[in-house]
Design a binder for this molecule. Structure first.
Ligand SMILES: *Cc1c(COP(=O)(O)O)cnc(C)c1O
Length: 422
């Protein structure tokens, strides 16, 4: 949540003449600064790379920006691999972290040259039959129990991802016998955590595993992928994670556990939310008010643009643009037009008084925002814009009704006649 936005009401008034609300606006400078800080935090590690989690913001202009900053891509589906490739991210700059994977997905992933991250020991045969075993393979780990996990996520025991410690060792032995030369290990045991000790604790877990792998199999793991999960302060009272301290925490564990044994793996991260979350703004217009049992402010965006509040009851800070210094004196629900009573960007939120035409900025919509959108109620997906060096440009146009109908078995004659009439 930002108290100061990187754009003004006057700018939005200008932009919206060309690009009507609602839209999500990405701030390239904010994304760039976040990546640079992350890279600085891990600059001590040779081979460090951030593989941005494509699912957070699967938009080529954003991926191209990240590519120029030296990031790779973490993909979970073939379309995500294609998006990464189309954005200049190819071969080893892609990690393919999938689960319940189909043979044709392995075939595409191996063909792309991506690093395959195996979710399960049963996947070895499937990978071999579909694509052959590549020279580099990563294995996804699930300890079942993770120290301090109550703070981070549900329990690792309940997580569908990864292999047990015993399976991981067995899988690596099998893979080695099948010709794998370069190994990585990976785990993701948190979601949206603001705990600064999450990565260091995860590193301890994974470095311990790397040591066991060395002792029992004689294999020196070449990279350790700490995956995603670092959170952002959605609420005003929350503080951002000190990523430099996080990097230093991981370095200390590395020096203590790995360096004495001569192990020097590269560290990879797959942060999504941390990189783009705070730098995407859902810009929407007030279309009306409603005074019934509660006070409502209606806006032209819906949960189709940003599902997190409806799906998780997630808090997103809302700024009334141009009224940043106006006192908040009214408690309202900020609602979209979906025929679902969870289509509320805010419930019982204290805001300045608004009127139709006011611009609301729903913050922290840059990750898991547009990408989670959907077309329920025939609501169309909104546009995405990029703010770079004071200018905005369209990086994804808004969906049209024709886009929405394009996969349907529909009366083509009716559609053509309808188009002619308009
Ligand atoms: C979702 C996901 C990420 C990114 O998570 P964030 O919370 O956005 O950092 C990274 N890696 C994997 C395997 C994921 O599933």
């Amino acid at each position: 949540m930002h108290t100061k936005l990187p754009f003004t009401l006057a700018q939005v008034q200008e932009w919206k003449k060309e690009y009507p609300t609602p839209f999500i606006l990405y701030d390239a400078a904010g994304i760039t600064a976040a990546v640079r800080q992350l890279q600085q935090a891990f600059a001590w590690n040779r081979g460090y790379r951030e593989y941005f989690a494509v699912k957070a913001t699967p938009t080529p202009a954003v991926l191209r920006l990240l590519s120029t900053l030296g990031c790779g891509a973490d993909c979970a589906s073939v379309p995500e691999i294609i998006l990464a490739q189309a954005s200049g991210l190819t071969g080893r700059k892609i990690v393919f972290t999938s689960n319940q994977t189909l043979p044709q997905e392995y075939a595409e992933a191996v063909l792309s040259g991506a690093i395959v991250n195996l979710d399960d020991i049963t996947q070895i045969d499937r990978l071999e039959q579909a694509a052959g075993i590549p020279e580099t393979v990563c294995c996804r780990y699930n300890p079942g129990k993770f120290s301090g996990e109550g703070k981070f996520i549900g329990t690792a025991y309940e997580s569908k991802f990864g292999m047990t410690p015993a399976q991981l060792l067995q899988a690596m032995a099998i893979l080695r016998d099948k010709g794998v030369k370069h190994f990585g290990i990976h785990a993701m045991l948190a979601g949206n955590t603001l705990e600064p000790d999450y990565y260091p604790r995860l590193a301890q877990e994974l470095f311990g595993t790397a040591v066991t792998v060395r002792q029992q199999l004689g294999i020196a793991v070449e990279f350790v992928d700490l995956a995603g999960g670092i959170g952002i302060p959605y609420r005003p009272e929350e503080k951002p994670v000190d990523i430099l301290a996080v990097g230093e925490g991981v370095r200390q564990v590395y020096e203590k556990m790995l360096t004495p044994l001569g192990l020097t793996p590269a560290i990879y991260t797959e942060l999504g939310r941390f990189v783009t979350g705070p730098y995407g703004y859902l810009v929407t217009r007030v279309i009306g008010e409603k005074h019934t049992h509660k006070e409502y402010v209606g806006v032209d965006a819906t949960a189709a643009c940003l599902l997190r509040p409806a799906m998780y009851g997630a808090y997103h800070h809302i700024t009334v643009l141009g009224k940043e210094d106006t006192p908040c004196e009214k408690v309202v629900d900020v609602v979209g037009s979906l025929c679902e009573n969870n289509d509320k960007f805010a419930v019982d939120r204290l805001l300045p008084r608004v009127q139709p035409g006011d611009i609301l900025v729903i913050q922290d919509a840059g990750a898991h925002g547009h990408s989670m959108g959907y077309n329920y109620n025939g609501k169309l997906r909104c546009a995405e814009l990029m703010l770079q060096e004071g200018k905005v440009r369209l990086i994804r146009r808004a969906q049209t009704p024709e886009d929405y109908f394009s996969t349907l078995d529909i009366d083509e004659q009716f559609m053509a006649a309808r188009k002619d009439k308009r």
